[in-house]
Design a protein around this ligand. Structure first.
Ligand code: SAM
Length: 275
């Protein structure tokens, strides 16, 4: 059934799912907040000090607001109007209207509202590219994210990990092991919805890297985001009660986020490259 669903229907399902901005805002509290902590660490390390950033698929704007607070200028883009309305309120609440210069309702597959080489950095975090349910459109989205970046500008893209999700099935969703979607999962990485989450594509690390390298992106590097903390909410909560142990864990995590073994088990991973 899943295979014959048209891409458009799948995208409508994705749109319907993303109507709860508060839930997406607090998504970053999962797994001890490691996706957030690691993404911020990598942004701090690889973003230029100043310039205009596109937050593509930025949802309720958590990264937009954090980066605006740090002095960056941002344009936020997302197809969910309720997310954008929430972001707008948060931007005003934090008095960041001068830094967040525009909020745009749009999709990463079509960034034609922006001229080529507009942005000093492009970020597309927390899986917007994983919600593009056709290979052709994912290719279009990668081309668009590269097109709007200035020459040499960094591009940050994080997605959901195909292999890590297999562990998720064991830990949280054993009822899905007998479904058609799971039978085809390893080969296709496509999930068509119907079991608690919205349609998504799980990436293999080399798949994401190739997608951007084939379109001319340079210096492509992969990083685990949650790493060994993936699905370990209970252990992470326990660890967070002990500051010294927490510090050691984070330091160790940062030291190994570029290792293939760690990327392979991480619920999300990030590609950083330059145009
Ligand atoms: C899990 S949220 C991530 C939000 C934000 N980037 C973050 O990490 O906090 C995924 C976001 O992708 C957006 N999205 C889904 N399909 C998209 C598309 N084709 N283009 C751009 N964004 C999309 C959703 O509306 C949602 O806001």
């Amino acid at each position: 059934m899943g295979h014959i669903k048209k891409t458009e229907t799948l995208h409508i399902m994705v749109k319907k799912h993303y109507t709860k901005p508060r839930r997406e805002w607090s998504r970053h509290e999962k797994h001890g907040g490691m996706e957030w902590i690691t993404s911020i660490y990598l942004l701090d390390r690889y973003l230029p000090k100043r310039g205009l950033i596109l937050d593509a698929g930025g949802g309720p704007g958590r990264y937009t607001i954090e980066l605006a607070k740090k002095g960056h200028k941002i344009i936020l883009l997302d197809p969910s109007q309720s997310h954008l309305d929430f972001a707008d309120r948060m931007i005003k609440k934090n008095k960041l209207e001068k830094r967040v210069i525009k909020i745009v309702n749009g999709k990463i597959e079509d960034l034609s509202v922006f001229k080529k080489e507009t942005f000093d950095a492009v970020i597309c975090l927390g899986g917007p590219l994983s919600h593009v349910m056709s290979k052709k459109l994912r290719e279009k989205a990668a081309s668009e994210l590269i097109r709007v970046a200035k020459r040499g500008a960094p591009i940050f893209v994080s997605v959901m990990n195909r292999l890590a999700i297999i562990r998720g099935e064991l830990v949280d969703f054993q009822n899905e092991l007998l479904t058609t979607y799971f039978r085809n999962w390893l080969k296709t990485g496509d999930y068509f919805g119907g079991y608690g989450f919205t349609p998504m594509h799980g990436f293999m690390p080399e798949e994401l890297k190739n997608l951007f390298e084939r379109r001319g992106a340079k210096n492509c590097k992969l990083f685990a985001l949650e790493g060994f903390s993936s699905r370990e909410d209970k252990a992470m909560l326990e660890l967070s009660k002990n500051k010294r142990r927490w510090k050691v864990w984070i330091k160790t995590h940062f030291a190994i986020i570029d290792r293939l073994e760690v990327i392979g088990v991480s619920d999300h991973f990030m590609l950083i490259c330059n145009k």
